[in-house]
Design a protein around this ligand. Structure first.
Ligand code: GDP
Ligand code: MN
Length: 390
């Protein structure tokens, strides 16, 4: 689960990390009243969307008068913001963050991610903040410094001081920076985050370190431990089909291709995506209906797949272990009764009750294509997607 910058900053503040003072607004009038409350003569207006690169797309602006702030806010609110990370369709801006302006001396970078190889959280810092870390990792990886943290005790102060020195800091900044880095890792560990990123971590002209931007994602599997974060979920920022799938406890990820996939088991689902690509096709989604899914769940999964307008063929690939093939067949039938089966469907069933499953599907009057094995199923689905009308 991702959250907005202002929510991420609220969390960082709870951990004792400084952020610019600010407030959230949904209208230009609210933005003006936030600015009046902050005082000063200039403010930063920041679009709140779940994507970075806003600065480049016009989603971060400085206003130098209340009238200008009102103008910028009303233009930004409701706009479709396109950044290098949103894709060409962009994101609608529904809220803006209005903050005080910081005088930046240097822009640094800091983030914490899980390093699965080391099985530890890893803190990464760089003196070259402000730019995208992916670009820096490609062009000058030697400018990124890392320390792995103990998942129980966090980052040790000596590790934090080592990184602070590598950032080129000296004097009292070593202590304030290393204390901030320790807090950042603590925030990551205690909230079961999958990403905490501060870019830029600003060194201000008056010698303070501040999180000017913050990106935060939680591990969904641990959200049950963090009920207080649930109100931060913003369904407007999520794919509507993914939201529906999550209500039915389906592991669904929308992809950009045209072959819808319904599979049981995450490993088989990954293999199905691979073999579709191997046959020259592009999957429209990842979907694992799970082990012991009911016919209702299968029905819902099928409806979600078919509601994706990009889908031009569907591949059902079920290996019945715990999941019974007749349950899958019933689910497909129920879905076909409720929605218009506008695309060809290839079905590969194997395993428990496979004969019953095949009998249900072949006697139902729907034009389903049976496949002999996974390779045959993938080839058929790819051919059908190619030849089916736009
Ligand atoms: P992003 O483009 O989505 O990552 O948004 P950021 O919050 O990182 O803002 C982009 C850039 O705007 C930063 O790298 C800063 O250079 C600039 N910026 C943001 N807030 C301030 C501020 O308070 N003062 C100044 N001078 N620049 C700022
Ligand atoms: Mn940023």
């Amino acid at each position: 689960m991702r959250v907005h910058e202002y929510q991420a900053k609220e969390l960082l503040e709870r951990y004792g990390i400084d952020v610019p003072r600010g407030g959230i607004a949904a209208t230009a009038a609210e933005a003006v009243s936030v600015a009046k409350g902050l005082g000063g003569a200039a403010w930063v207006v920041k679009a709140q969307i779940h994507a970075g690169g806003r600065g480049k797309g016009g989603g971060v602006r400085i206003a130098r008068a209340l009238s200008e702030l009102e103008e910028i806010s009303s233009r930004m609110l409701g706009m479709n913001l396109v950044t290098p990370q949103t894709g060409p369709e962009g994101r609608r801006v529904r809220k803006i963050l209005v903050t005080e302006v910081c005088e930046i001396a240097r822009e640094l970078y800091a983030s914490v991610v899980l390093d699965r190889g080391q099985q530890r959280p890893v803190l990464m810092v760089s003196a070259e903040g402000g730019v995208e870390i992916e670009d820096l990792a490609a062009s000058a990886p030697e400018k990124i410094f890392k320390e792995a943290a103990n998942p129980f005790t966090g980052l040790e102060p000596f590790q934090a001081r080592r990184l602070a020195r590598r950032l080129g800091l000296g004097g009292p900044l070593i202590a304030s920076c290393s204390s901030l880095l320790v807090k950042l890792v603590r925030a990551f560990i205690e909230t079961d985050a999958s990403l905490v990123e501060v870019n830029p971590l600003a060194l201000t002209k008056d010698g303070r370190l501040m999180a000017l931007d913050a990106k935060l994602a939680f591990d969904d599997n641990a959200l049950y431990r963090h009920g207080d974060f649930l109100p931060w979920r913003d369904l407007d920022e999520e794919d509507p089909l993914e939201v529906r799938a999550s209500k039915f406890d389906l592991s669904y990820v929308k992809l950009s291709g045209d072959i819808g996939c319904m599979v049981n088991g995450a490993g088989l689902a990954m293999a199905t995506l691979d073999i579709i690509q191997h046959c020259g096709g592009e999957p429209a989604n990842f979907l694992d209906v799970g082990g012991g899914a009911s016919a209702e769940k299968v029905t819902e999964a099928f409806k979600i797949i078919i509601e994706d307008p990009g889908v031009r063929a569907i591949l059902v690939n079920i290996f019945g272990g715990i999941m019974r093939c007749d349950v899958i067949a019933e689910g497909i039938l129920a879905a076909a009764r409720e929605v218009d089966l506008r695309v060809p469907v290839v079905v590969r069933l194997e395993g428990t009750n496979v004969e019953e499953g095949r009998a249900i599907l072949s006697g139902c009057g729907l034009s389903l294509r049976a496949a002999a094995g996974l390779a045959d199923a993938a080839r058929k689905a790819v051919d059908l997607a190619r030849s089916s009308p736009e």
